[in-house]
Design a protein around this ligand. Structure first.
Ligand code: AMP
Ligand code: MG
Length: 485
């Protein structure tokens, strides 16, 4: 039997100076109930496998009942939103409940999103609606399944509290789990407000908690920045290779550990469209899919500026200069794996350029293209040709691809097997999330659960989930999502 007494939260963020946060009690929601409980993650965190409505955990984790283990706080941060500095940010609707140590020995933050107003709520109501909660729950777990660095989702709750957006919606809660909730914007806050001693405290804590290897470096802060650049480059390489657009890459949504963070109007590309913009409010296309690498660089430069009291200009410049090569190396490694082309050949650059131009002009489905290419029948025929309207053109491209494949060391079967390990069959397409949300809003969470389950293993064939791997219907393509969440 699980007992609340067995919970063992720590509160290391609470030990920081008061300027880092405000302690705030959650504002309870009316009649909260579980709608999703992530059993795999719960097991890692030594939490019970099953939870029910009577379970004392519901009262405590939904913020309805205080418990000595939970010491909620709202973090203070700032950030550049669409390129403009905003000093007034912070946890406006989420609270850090405490930290749990997992079986692995690693410590994770438990953060309740939608818990009510805080001193940083500005004009907001401190709430999260069901639709955005479902999107974050499903996408963070889908990214985990894909192997992309990400925050996680432990649970989702819904309530009878009305939340007013364009229409009346149901208030919901998300329990987010992350190695850290420290953002680029935390550093910017202490820099721009002139609290440079606190900036040092923050850098020291990030090193002590998350990057102890930097302690033994000649210049620990330089090593810290180098690590943030490296982790960010890896994350962006994953996004670009998987066809993921984040949608709101403001510096307050950038985790200091390079983990995909704050899921809002994100989208996976359907048709290959490099300029894909998934955020309805992004009129200039600042956060378009193919802009993400340069925006990440912009954000790292903003972080570098905030770190300037701790690190020499030259060291910061050197750190920034490593970003593009690191990103290119990792992106090119991932793309080679996707194509099954592991050896390097002279004509490869030209081959890739031609291929992307072809995919773009033919508007082929990005995910299906690579998955189809990973399947070849006994006659050497790949279903990829079926994705193109101009079959003759496609056939001629496939022939050039097959010629190139002959230069590989693996057999065809082995190459395809390896390709299926990196080319997902299942992704969280926006239209699927939309269908799951519409059902959930009428009380039926079956598709939410089904998607959560299927997306855990996106690279595996799951014969009873074929319809979730289909091409999107015309109405479901290029969906843009609003920020009002
Ligand atoms: P986001 O767009 O979710 O990254 O949020 C940007 C800022 O607005 C953060 O400081 C959030 O905490 C705050 N915020 C977003 N939605 C709300 C809300 N409904 N109530 C209060 N603050 C919010
Ligand atoms: Mg945010």
């Amino acid at each position: 039997m699980f007992s609340l007494d067995s919970l063992s939260f720590s509160h290391r963020f609470l030990a920081l100076p008061k300027s880092f946060y405000t302690q705030v009690e959650p504002t309870p929601l009316d009649n909260p109930r579980w709608v999703a409980w992530n059993q795999d993650l719960a097991a890692e965190l030594r939490l019970p496998n099953e939870v029910d409505e009577e379970h004392a955990l519901l009262d405590v984790l939904s913020g309805s009942l205080s418990n000595e283990q939970i010491k909620p706080l709202a973090m203070k941060y700032a950030g550049h939103q669409f390129g403009i500095y905003n000093p007034d940010l912070g946890d406006g609707r989420g609270l850090l409940l405490g930290e749990l140590t997992a079986k692995s020995g690693q410590t994770f933050d438990l953060h309740l999103k939608g818990a009510g107003k805080t001193p940083y709520s500005r004009m907001g109501d401190g709430r999260a609606v069901l639709r955005s909660t479902i999107r974050e729950y499903l996408c963070s777990e889908a990214m985990k399944g894909l192997g992309v660095p990400t925050t996680r989702a432990l649970a989702m709750m819904v309530s009878d509290t009305p939340v007013y957006r364009e229409k009346v919606e149901q208030g919901a809660l998300l329990l987010r789990v992350a190695e850290t909730h420290i953002r680029f914007g935390h550093f910017e806050h202490f820099f721009y407000s002139g609290q440079h001693e606190q900036l040092r405290v923050l850098a020291d804590k990030v090193i002590a908690w998350h990057m102890p290897q930097c302690l033994t470096a000649d210049k620990p802060y330089v090593a810290l920045f180098a690590e943030v650049v490296r982790l960010t480059a890896e994350m962006i390489a994953h996004w670009q290779a998987k066809g993921f657009a984040h949608g709101v890459m403001n510096t307050d949504n950038m985790s200091i550990l390079g983990q995909t963070f704050d899921y809002g109007p994100f989208g996976f590309m359907d048709d290959y469209e490099p300029g894909y913009v998934c955020n309805h409010s992004d009129y200039q296309g600042r956060y378009a899919f193919d802009n993400q690498p340069s925006i990440a660089m912009w954000n790292l430069a903003a972080l570098a500026h905030a770190l300037s009291p701790l690190i020499d200009r030259e060291d910061l410049d050197n750190g920034l200069e490593t970003f593009t090569p690191l990103l290119q190396t990792e992106y090119s490694r991932q793309m080679r794996e996707k194509f099954g082309l592991l050896t390097k050949q002279n004509e490869d650059e030209k081959f890739f350029i031609r291929c992307f131009a072809f995919m773009k002009s033919e508007k082929v489905d990005y995910t299906r293209f690579f998955r189809s290419l990973s399947n070849i029948d006994s006659n050497g025929i790949t279903p990829v040709v079926d994705l193109f309207i101009d079959r003759a053109k496609a056939q001629s491209w496939v022939e050039s691809y097959m010629l190139r494949c002959r230069l590989e060391n693996d057999s065809e079967t082995e190459r395809c097997r390896k390709m299926r390990l990196v080319n997902p069959k299942y992704i969280l397409r926006n239209y699927l999330a939309q269908q799951a949300i519409e059902l959930a809003e009428s009380g039926d969470f079956s598709l939410v659960h089904r998607l959560a389950n299927v997306l855990k293993a996106p690279y595996e064939e799951q014969p009873d989930a074929e319809e979730l791997a289909k091409l999107p219907p015309e109405w479901g393509k290029r969906m843009v999502i609003t920020c009002s969440s």
